[in-house]
Design a binder for this molecule. Structure first.
Ligand code: NDP
Ligand code: 2IT
Length: 448
């Protein structure tokens, strides 16, 4: 762990005290605070106005009961969350996660990261996150619908195109956004597409939003490789997870000439040395909602490794796209030892602090989530633009905008790292660049 500036250390201790037990939130805060020492030296006004202390305290936290009935008529109770972290740059914006591990500490880590990520996109969006400890696995379509309707029955009063605009995350995709949009419309009697993003294409959605996070993360890695006079051509790649982000990361890697040989889920790893069959993965995951273990029934030469560790497989590029803390110090050391030269985080905070240190010390190209996976939320902001203008753009036009945004984020992180004397350190670059824009807006808005 880098040593914190004395004043910043005090702020971190206060965060620990005020938010007991929220270990993921502590981790996300510490990672940002470690970068801010030189910033407060240059900008003493941030200390005077307690900008860091204010950023660490969400503007509003909503926790609510979500009652619903399963197919047998039995009453179920889940907990819903929406943490509206920062509206310095625009309406609160960020996804909803449905996963049994969800509690306040996870939503707060995600919401905190989202502030700086959204700032990096250059678009007018604040930071927020929400979700529930509801487990969509094994639930029928009707059960998911009833849950989403109950969730939105409470959440709707907090939303609005100028107030708070949720989207998907783990366990929340097009189906769930559809049920929530329907319930919002029914309760408010307003057809207000700008209230959610990730919508279907016939009712206000944007082309490229489905692909955006994976494509964007791959564009970001491509920029890191270009900065090192390298490219994806013939690179062997690993992508963890097999959900939305993983699928479109694999797709773009293949389009850019790389070969992705493995993906995973929480039960195991698929290894296919000749390159993954993405059409099959899409069929299994997006259409049939099955597990990736079924892949080997079609491709006999591929291997399914139950409880396997994907990071044990030698690769040149690794793109963690499943969940937080999926790469620990040992995994990171293994990746580097096996010849990995670039890591791009599609997931949020997938690398532990020990792992991050390994990547930075080895000086490989390491793109942290808040920069590398910003293409998803950036394209959500493009969806909001289209909704506001009652417009819809072509795939090519929207993808080009996404690519330009990722190129810009890369350049800003790269140049900020140089300016602060840490060339090649995208962690420092992303944290400082994302922070300064939010901090300046907060100074301008006065003490609120
Ligand atoms: P999905 O629900 O579509 O897919 C999640 C994938 O990750 C599944 O393969 C799932 O496996 C695996 N996974 C989830 N939790 C765990 C866990 N605790 N242990 C092991 N594997 C796990 O989600 P997304 O693809 O949308 O999200 C993936 C990551 O990307 C998350 O970190 C999310 O925050 C981040 N992200 C998503 C964005 C988006 O636009 N969707 C934007 C930016 C970041 P299983 O099915 O076995 O649970
Ligand atoms: O983590 C993320 O950036 C997301 N889950 C996407 C958020 C969004 O509002 O599109």
């Amino acid at each position: 762990m880098a040593k914190l500036d004395e004043k910043i250390e005090e702020m971190y201790q206060e965060v620990l005290k005020r938010n007991p037990g929220e270990t993921e939130f502590h981790q996300a805060v510490l990672e940002v605070l470690e970068s801010l020492g030189p910033v407060v030296v240059k900008h003493p006004e941030y200390l005077e106005r307690k900008i860091i202390e204010r950023i660490c305290e969400p503007e509003r936290q909503i926790i609510f009961r979500v009652p619903w009935q399963n197919d047998k008529g039995k009453v179920q109770i889940n907990r819903g969350f929406r943490v509206e972290f920062s509206s310095a740059l625009g309406p609160y914006k960020g996804g909803l996660r449905f996963h049994p591990s969800v509690y306040l500490g996870i939503i707060k880590f995600l919401g905190f990261e989202q502030i700086f990520k959204n700032s990096l996109t250059g678009l007018p969006i604040g930071g927020g996150k929400g979700g529930s400890d509801f487990d969509p696995k094994g639930k029928t379509d009707d059960e998911v619908m009833r849950f989403c309707q109950s969730f939105m029955t409470e959440l709707h009063r907090h939303l609005g195109e100028h107030t708070d605009v949720p989207a998907g995350d783990i366990g929340v995709g097009g189906r769930e956004i559809g049920y929530m949009f329907g319930q919002y419309k029914r309760i408010t009697n307003r057809y207000e597409p700008g209230v959610l993003t990730g919508k279907g294409l016939t009712w206000g959605g944007s082309l490229v939003r489905t692909e955006a996070t994976g494509y964007g993360a791959t564009f970001f890695v491509n920029e890191m490789l270009k900065a090192r006079k390298d490219s994806f051509a013939d690179k062997t790649c690993l992508v963890s997870g097999s959900g939305n982000v993983a699928i479109y990361t694999i797709e773009k890697i293949h389009q850019l000439g790389g070969k992705c040989i493995a993906c995973s889920d929480s039960n195991g790893v698929i290894l296919h040395e000749k390159g993954l069959d993405l059409d099959l993965i899409k069929q299994l995951k997006e259409v049939e909602r099955r597990r990736i273990s079924d892949y080997v029934a079609i491709h006999k030469e591929a291997k399914y490794i139950p409880n396997g560790n994907i990071w044990d497989i030698p690769c040149q590029v690794a793109m963690p796209s499943a969940t937080q803390n999926e790469i620990n110090g040992k995994d990171a050391a293994n990746l580097v030892k096996n010849g990995c030269i670039a890591v791009g985080e599609g997931a949020n905070m997938p690398t532990t602090p020990e792992g991050v240190k390994v990547f930075l010390d080895a000086k490989i190209a390491y793109g942290p989530g808040k920069a590398a996976n910003a293409g998803g939320v950036a394209t959500s902001a493009l969806e909001m633009q289209q909704n506001a203008g009652r417009d819809s753009w072509t795939f090519e036009y929207t993808e080009k905008k996404l690519e330009d945004i990722m190129i810009n984020i890369h350049r800003n992180c790269y140049e900020t790292a140089e300016e602060y004397g840490a060339p090649g350190n995208y962690v420092l670059g992303a944290n400082i660049c994302g922070f300064i824009k939010v901090a300046n807006a907060m100074v301008a808005h006065g003490l609120i």
